[in-house]
Design a protein around this ligand. Structure first.
Ligand code: TPP
Ligand code: MG
Length: 347
């Protein structure tokens, strides 16, 4: 169980390692797509403190409902790198059987619900799960991850209202990274802050520096304590910045000024935590360097292992549609495999 309030030395060091590992994996994710080795990628570069800080403040039993760029949360939850890269490659070892876009993963064993691209959907789902936890008397919270853009969705308002009325144990974790693809935060709403939207629904909304690992951890752990004590939900607005493109299908230089990006580079969450740990005497330069190097090697070995697995067998395409396949489906499978063997179709 995580501590409530300020993170301990162990949690800070663990957070640092995970943030460094996340950055290394994320950079390779983007590069693998650029090299044509995977089909798509959604980077989280710049948002490591928000994601790992939140992830580590949760209990393993809490429900995570990610959007699509929550690699830091996945690592904090303990999902192995190899499992994630298997999914990015969509290979035969992928637990999702190569059927989802890269980054759209979910794992029952980790209470990590499948990522959802339709904006805001995780907000209502999390609220429903939290209402069920309340009904069953479980001391767990549900955490939807969403962005500034999602606050304009109807699901945001429906979920917030429902959670407020029923005092559902939800931590609405909003990463305000400044942009909803090419739409800046300033054009999203006239509210001065996004956090204050919680007031209308009768529960606290707090703004936190999303590039400050310890501040995020503290805010989330306190919101969690409140939720499991039956005091209801909290909206947390973590102020951060998306350093890279929205996804590998986006070119942010067409809508963002390079000076703004450069100013956020000065606030890099990993550099910041590294300096803090060194200032406290909990880490030295050589120790930090070792963590960076080890992360790169760990990522490389996960990629090497994942790339060795062949693609899923074409015949599996028809599995899991029904518990018992219908005769029509079996006929389609036969026809499909025949076309594959004749080279008419290439899986
Ligand atoms: C309901 C819906 N509308 C539009 C889209 C297209 N879309 C994909 S991501 C995105 C921006 C979301 O921005 P934000 O909520 O700030 O999250 P971020 O990508 O910045 O993490 C949009 C509009 C979508 N996926 N779903
Ligand atoms: Mg955004």
């Amino acid at each position: 169980m995580s501590e409530v309030g300020d993170p301990s030395k162990e949690t800070m060091l663990r957070g640092f390692r995970l943030m460094v590992l996340g950055r290394a994996a994320d950079e390779r994710g983007t590069n693998l797509q650029r090299q044509g080795r995977i089909g798509f990628y959604v980077p989280m570069n710049g948002q490591e403190a928000a994601q790992v800080g939140c992830g580590l403040a949760l209990d393993a039993q809490d429900w995570i409902l990610p959007a699509y760029r929550e690699l830091g949360v996945a690592l904090a939850r303990g999902i192995p790198l190899k499992t994630l890269f298997d999914q990015f490659f969509g290979n035969s070892a992928d637990l999702l059987k190569g059927r989802q876009m890269p980054c759209h993963y979910g794992y029952r064993d980790y209470r990590y619900i499948t990522a959802s691209s339709p904006i805001g959907t995780q907000i209502v789902l999390a609220t429903g799960i939290a209402a069920a936890s309340l009904y069953k008397g479980e001391k767990v919270v549900s955490v939807p991850f969403f962005g500034d853009g999602a606050t304009s969705s109807s699901d945001f308002h429906a979920g917030m209202n429902f959670a407020g009325v029923y005092k559902a144990p939800v931590i609405f974790f909003l990463q305000n990274n400044g942009w909803a693809i090419s739409l800046p935060r300033e054009k999203q709403t006239r509210s001065p802050t996004l956090a204050e939207k919680a007031e209308a629904y009768g529960f606290p909304g707090v703004q936190v520096d999303g590039n400050d690992f310890a501040a995020v951890y503290k805010a989330v752990s306190q919101a969690r304590a409140r939720a499991v004590a039956g005091e209801g939900p909290t909206l947390i607005e973590a102020l951060t910045f998306r350093m890279g493109p929205h996804s590998t299908s986006d070119d942010p230089t067409r809508y963002r000024k390079s000076e703004v990006v450069a100013s956020w580079r000065e606030k890099d969450p990993i550099d910041r935590l590294q300096s803090e740990l060194i200032a406290k005497g909990w880490l030295d330069e050589a120790g930090a360097e070792k963590i960076h190097e080890e992360a790169k090697l760990e990522v490389q070995s996960a990629i090497d292992a994942a790339e060795k697995s062949p693609p899923p067998d074409p015949s599996t395409l028809f599995d899991d549609v029904f518990k018992e396949p219908t005769s029509l489906l079996e006929e389609q499978r036969r026809e499909f495999l025949e076309m594959v063997s004749q080279g008419v179709l290439r899986p």
